[in-house]
Ligand binder design. Structure first.
Ligand code: 3PG
Length: 210
């Protein structure tokens, strides 16, 4: 089993129920991002390695200490190591990446490997992992699939991402095997850029509905 760090984080994620996934292409918006998340008491952010600014964004957000900052879309050991060196407190991958999982376990960093099939989930549990990302949730059967997978994997909790949106997220959250939902629908750089007040209101509405 992943040790203490993971348990504490799982508890906090389970309370927050929302894990925003954020890709940074403009560091000047990070202050606004942090302000909106703090205001709505969503103290998590998953910064993805889908832009070259991931490490710098993780570093800046982690340094201010207001949010629990994680790294997402982590596909290599090098990304995991640099994210952790810059202050990432958890790692999310789109798949099972053995070297990333092994490194995180060694460093006592909570890791959410991406899974979509019984085989993937089995592999994750063999590492002692009990909370997995389920991705892409909408394509791989959504809530119906999670319910079916929770039969044999009764001791696993799921973090579905991919195609989760403001219309379907509450349905996911009603399932006891779902720890939280993740995705870019919670807040995004483009939403902040376009109208930060509207982004704030959108988040407030999600928080109220969860
Ligand atoms: C992920 O990596 O978790 C997904 O790409 C998120 O999907 P979304 O953009 O549909 O929320």
């Amino acid at each position: 089993m992943q040790a203490n760090m993971a348990h504490e984080l799982y508890q906090k994620i389970a309370e927050t129920k929302l894990l925003p996934l954020y890709t940074a292409t403009d560091l000047s918006l990070l202050g606004k991002l942090e302000e909106i998340l703090v205001k709505n008491d969503v103290r998590f952010i998953e910064v993805t390695f889908r832009s070259s600014l991931a490490n710098e964004a993780i570093k800046q957000l982690a340094a201010s200490g207001e949010l629990i900052v994680g790294a997402g879309t982590v596909r290599t050991l090098a990304e995991a190591k640099s994210a952790v060196a810059n202050g990432a407190q958890f790692i999310v991958s789109p798949a099972i990446v053995p070297e990333v999982i092994e490194y995180c376990i060694q460093q006592d960093i909570p890791v959410f490997p991406g899974t979509a099939t019984p085989g993937d989930i089995q592999r994750a549990t063999e590492y002692g992992i009990r909370v997995v990302k389920f991705f892409p949730a909408d394509i791989y059967g959504g809530l119906k699939a999670i319910k079916a997978l929770s039969g044999p994997f009764y001791d696993v909790q799921f973090l579905p991402t991919g195609g989760i949106n403001e219309d379907n997220f509450t349905e996911y959250l009603q399932d006891e095997h779902i720890i939280a939902v993740g995705g870019s629908f919670i807040i995004s750089e483009s939403a902040i850029q376009k109208d930060s007040e509207a982004a704030d209101k959108t988040l407030a509405a999600l928080v109220a509905k969860r």
